[in-house]
Design a protein around this ligand. Structure first.
Ligand code: NDP
Length: 247
């Protein structure tokens, strides 16, 4: 399905690699101007080049660490000043932390996972909500994970953080039901990225989809046809489907 996002402004966190990079690229190819966030400037510059090469307007690069809460607080106002509205938010950045029994997780690691995956997502929502509400077609995708429900042994901090962001997304959707803003959580499923390699070191990466396939599935959720809010979807076989709770 072709989606025309010309003139739309899209903010993507974790846009330097993986699912965030390819989602930002797909949005840029569809005509949106991308505001790309991550710490690695090289990855963001590569994204900007790739969008321009594909004929898009490129990306505005915002390199910063999501544990810098003051920087997140400034982002919404900066977008408002420059563009006057935000049409698409992809809250994608996330970290896995270490995989170990809950009782062995270092406090610093637990706090880092909660800071980047949960607190930064809430702070981002709070920062950009006023500009998202200025759009006649605001769309927000919050990246979740099957780990939020499956609660795999040794994935405690990550699982807890993803359950928390889903709760945030659903609460936010409940608060904005009558507005044009549509909010979804999406579990992308196992995807060939750096995070997946860290989580599943023994896995053959070719057995899971490339992040460009996930990005292609996510793109329609950012368009005018997508009218659902407060739902949890998952990507399976490159298609968006209702989330199925694990047994
Ligand atoms: P990657 O590790 O490949 O990419 C993570 C992105 O987040 C990078 O761009 C990274 O940029 C950014 N990021 C991490 N920490 C920070 C920070 N402190 N400040 C700013 N940016 C940060 O992850 P994936 O692409 O695999 O994952 C994307 C999302 O999808 C995550 O929310 C993940 O939980 C979810 N997911 C992924 C699955 C998979 O199989 N890959 C499965 C289920 C869910 P930089 O390092 O440059 O700052």
């Amino acid at each position: 399905m072709m989606i025309d996002l010309k003139g739309r402004i899209a903010l993507v966190t974790g846009a330097s690699r993986g699912i965030g990079y390819f989602t930002a690229l797909a949005l840029g190819k569809a005509g949106a101007h991308v505001v790309a966030c991550a710490r690695t400037i090289g990855g963001l510059e590569e994204l900007d080049d790739a969008i321009r090469q594909a004929g898009g307007s490129g990306a505005t690069l915002v390199p910063f660490d999501l544990s810098d809460m003051a920087a997140i607080d400034r982002l919404g106002a900066a977008i408002n000043e420059r563009w006057g509205q935000l049409d698409i938010l992809i809250a994608n950045a996330g970290i896995l932390g270490t995989i170990s029994p809950i009782g062995h997780v270092e406090a610093k690691v637990f706090e880092q996972v909660m800071t980047v995956n949960v607190t930064a997502t809430w702070r981002l929502i709070r920062s950009v909500e006023p500009v998202l509400l200025k759009s006649d077609q605001g769309r927000a995708l919050i990246l979740s994970s099957g780990a939020a429900h499956k609660c795999r042994p040794f994935w405690g901090p990550y699982s807890a953080s993803k359950a928390a962001v889903e709760a945030l997304a659903r609460t936010w959707a409940g608060e904005t039901q009558r507005l044009p803003l549509r909010i979804l959580s999406v579990d992308p499923g196992g995807t060939r990225t750096a995070m997946r390699a860290q989580a599943m070191p023994g896995e053959d990466p070719q057995t899971v989809p490339h992040p460009s396939e996930i990005a292609a599935a996510l793109l329609p959720l950012c368009g005018p046809e997508q009218m659902e809010t407060g739902k949890l979807f998952q990507v399976r076989e490159n298609r968006i489907v209702d989330y199925r709770m694990p047994e």
